[in-house]
Design a protein around this ligand. Structure first.
Ligand SMILES: [Zn+2]
Length: 313
């Protein structure tokens, strides 16, 4: 029997999962809608159907563990604590999965899972000090310092999305104002589009965007066509991202920030202006020393690989 670990990356909209061998080879991966507005049992049952169907079709594989990356996940307690984009409340996901599937289960924050994925299987394999920023529905971050993942006392370290970059800025679900996530994430970009539309009501590109249905690819295509309002949209976003990165760089002095997740697909369209703005925000002795890199792992895979590395490593 060949051993596999199931890696699950629970997102606000979709959950990516994959069956991974000890060498990091993803035997099979797919995604299911998270349906975070339904009870968590619904999610676990749908996941169970996918797991059963994989093991039926691949009878030479044996499941020997489940690694989970999820928003607001506490590595130490095994509980997902009232995740902001899901209406599940507090969920003891480790116990629920262990009881249903009868195997070892380990949990970490989704951004920490991405950082573990980059460290064990990705672009950060030779780095001891780096930060992975996940750009999805929200903004998450996972921090490696001195070769170790930073958890903090309550497993809450690395909440860079809630670093306030504007004292009286946009209100966030976390209770603060001006959080980085409210500018640099799908929901942040949505807010920016709404603001830009009010200021520029006659702009054809901005008028073509429906705030609730913005796809990064639409903005990428418009930038490639040289549309100024699209370029301004990412310059504004990049400026906020760079400001946040500069604050974290001052504390941690990492080798690199690695950008992962949906909006990281924009590549240099977003990261180019971020690198330029970053140099203006860094203190002199850090200028030119902080890399901003795009993840080399396909979207979804860093989270899965990081989650399984909780079991394999
Ligand atoms: Zn916040």
């Amino acid at each position: 029997m060949k051993k596999v670990v199931l890696g699950i990356d629970i997102g606000g909209t979709n959950t990516v999962y994959g069956f991974v061998g000890q060498d990091g080879n993803i035997v099979h991966s797919d995604e299911i809608p998270t349906h975070g507005n339904k009870p968590v049992d619904n999610f676990i049952n749908r996941l169970g159907e996918k797991l059963d169907s994989f093991l039926t079709d691949n009878s030479d594989f044996k499941l020997c563990g489940i690694g989970v990356g999820a928003p607001n996940a506490n590595h130490f307690t095994g509980i997902i604590q009232d995740p902001p984009n899901l209406s599940w409340g507090d969920v003891d996901i480790v116990t629920l999965l262990h009881e249903k599937f009868n195997c070892d289960v380990s949990l970490t924050n989704d951004a920490n899972a991405a950082a573990l994925g980059e460290r064990n299987y990705g672009i950060a394999s030779d780095m001891n000090d780096f930060v992975v920023i996940t750009l999805g529905t929200g903004l998450g971050s996972g921090i490696f310092t001195g070769g170790l993942l930073l958890y903090g006392t309550n497993s809450l370290a690395g909440e860079m999305g809630h670093l306030s970059i504007a004292k009286n800025g946009r209100a966030c679900n976390c209770g603060l104002k001006g959080c980085l996530e409210m500018y640099v994430s799908a929901k942040g970009i949505k807010e920016t589009v709404i603001e830009f539309q009010k200021v520029n009501p006659d702009d054809d590109f901005l008028s073509s965007l429906e705030p609730d249905f913005i796809d990064g690819k639409m903005i990428d295509c418009a930038i490639d066509d040289g549309i100024k309002s699209a370029i301004s949209l990412y310059e504004f976003t990049a400026d906020k991202l760079a400001y946040g990165i500069a604050q974290v760089a001052t504390i941690l002095s990492p080798e690199a920030f690695i950008i992962y997740g949906g909006y990281s697909q924009a590549g240099d369209r977003l990261l180019g202006p971020t690198r330029i703005a970053l140099e203006t925000y860094l203190m002199d002795n850090l200028k030119g020393k902080i890399k901003v890199l795009q993840s080399g792992l396909p979207t979804g895979q860093a989270g899965i690989l990081g989650a399984v590395s909780l079991l394999w490593k």
